[in-house]
Design a protein around this ligand. Structure first.
Ligand SMILES: *[C@@H]1O[C@H](CO)[C@@H](O)[C@H](O)[C@H]1NC(C)=O
Ligand SMILES: *[C@@H]1O[C@H](CO)[C@@H](O)[C@H](O)[C@H]1NC(C)=O
Ligand SMILES: *[C@@H]1O[C@H](CO)[C@@H](O)[C@H](O)[C@H]1NC(C)=O
Ligand SMILES: *[C@@H]1O[C@H](CO)[C@@H](O)[C@H](O)[C@H]1NC(C)=O
Ligand SMILES: *[C@@H]1O[C@H](CO)[C@@H](O)[C@H](O)[C@H]1NC(C)=O
Ligand SMILES: *[C@@H]1O[C@H](CO)[C@@H](O)[C@H](O)[C@H]1NC(C)=O
Ligand SMILES: *[C@@H]1O[C@H](CO)[C@@H](O)[C@H](O)[C@H]1NC(C)=O
Length: 277
């Protein structure tokens, strides 16, 4: 037998064994949501991390922004992290609380016995949700002619939302979404909608609902009174007309009384003259 071949196949076997034995870790959550918990799972397969068969357990997580020990069986160095083990599997997890962009693009290592795997934590942008940190509806209500323009700005949102406008719980149309500013993992956007006043009733609930992957968020929910202008004018008319009528009636009354008195006096005078004459 060719010794070169033998060594070659032995090497291949060794490498294959090595790759089979290698552990790895993956992100459990899909989508990953900023501000929520995120779990990294160390897949160890059939490897028992309790290698020495003593009370000492070798499972641990290292990593994060400053690449330091995060958790071992004894506990975690930072309350942000938790290590979770299960009795049904040798796999074990690292729970990262209130996940943020600073937790991304860092190296994380999971260790089990002599096996380690270090990988950089990255999440594809289409598997990442950032709910807007701020929803600004100030000056959102612009009346011009017979149109009402609603404008809502969202800060640090991902992905670019798809927004719908609902009037009295019925979908009207898609709102316009424009990018204002882009960051690494999120974008500031402007959601605007032009509402033709005359096509709909005077008042009702107007909502703008945006979808971010599998989540829907309401960014605008107001009871609008589009006929307010006409309404108030109409309401103003009634007391105005009443007041004018009362005023005119009063004047007529006064004039009538004065006239009567005047003619009475005149008559008296005439009578007096008659009597004298
Ligand atoms: C860690 O795991 C990843 C994913 O399975 C793999 O691509 C990588 O080669 C592993 N790294 C090491 C050092 O074993
Ligand atoms: C990670 O390890 C598990 C168990 O060893 C294996 O089944 C899986 O294919 C590995 N995944 C990757 C991406 O290497
Ligand atoms: C490790 O194995 C030993 C012996 O089987 C056992 O007594 C010990 O409780 C194990 N440790 C852990 C953390 O499971
Ligand atoms: C795992 O542990 C929990 C309690 O920690 C127990 O209720 C459950 O029955 C265990 N499952 C197995 C398969 O041992
Ligand atoms: C938002 O979009 C609307 C319509 O595209 C535009 O009129 C408005 O100026 C934008 N607002 C900002 C703050 O860019
Ligand atoms: C979206 O913007 C376009 C162009 O600015 C405009 O014609 C359209 O009416 C807008 N749609 C809505 C629902 O506001
Ligand atoms: C989000 O809204 C869409 C319609 O716009 C609907 O089909 C979907 O079921 C909603 N999803 C959730 C989780 O409410």
């Amino acid at each position: 037998m060719n010794t070169k071949r033998f060594v070659g196949s032995l090497l291949v076997l060794l490498i294959m064994g090595r790759t089979v034995m290698t552990i790895n870790w993956t992100v459990v959550n899909n989508p990953v949501i900023f501000g929520r918990d995120v779990i990294l799972r160390c897949h160890v397969g059939n490897i028992d991390c309790n290698v020495s068969g003593t009370a000492h357990d070798t499972r641990q997580w290292t990593g994060g922004q400053h690449y330091k020990l995060l958790c071992a069986t004894e506990g975690c160095t930072d309350p942000k992290y938790k290590m979770m083990t299960r009795n049904t599997s040798h796999d074990f997890d690292l729970l990262i609380q209130s996940f943020s962009e600073s937790d991304l693009d860092c190296k994380y290592t999971c260790q089990c016995g002599h096996e380690v795997n270090t990988t950089t934590l990255s999440v594809e942008q289409n598997k990442l949700i950032s709910f807007p940190t701020e929803i600004n509806t100030d000056n959102s209500y612009i009346m011009s002619g017979n149109e009402l323009q609603i404008e809502v700005s969202l800060e640090k949102v991902n992905p670019i939302p798809i927004c719908k406008t609902l009037y009295k719980d019925k979908v009207l149309a898609e709102a316009n979404v424009t990018k204002l500013k882009s960051y690494r993992y999120f974008t500031d956007v402007n959601v605007s909608f032009t509402f033709p006043l005359q096509e709909f009733g005077c008042s009702g609930s107007l909502q703008i609902i945006c979808s971010l992957l599998s989540y829907n968020i309401t960014i605008y929910d107001e009871n609008i009174h589009t006929c307010h202008k006409y309404d108030s004018l109409f309401h103003l008319h009634i007391p105005l007309v009443t007041a004018c009528s009362v005023f005119l009636l009063a004047i007529f009354g006064i004039v009538y009384i004065i006239k009567r008195r005047h003619s009475n006096q005149h008559f008296d005078k005439l009578q007096q003259q008659h009597e004298e004459g």
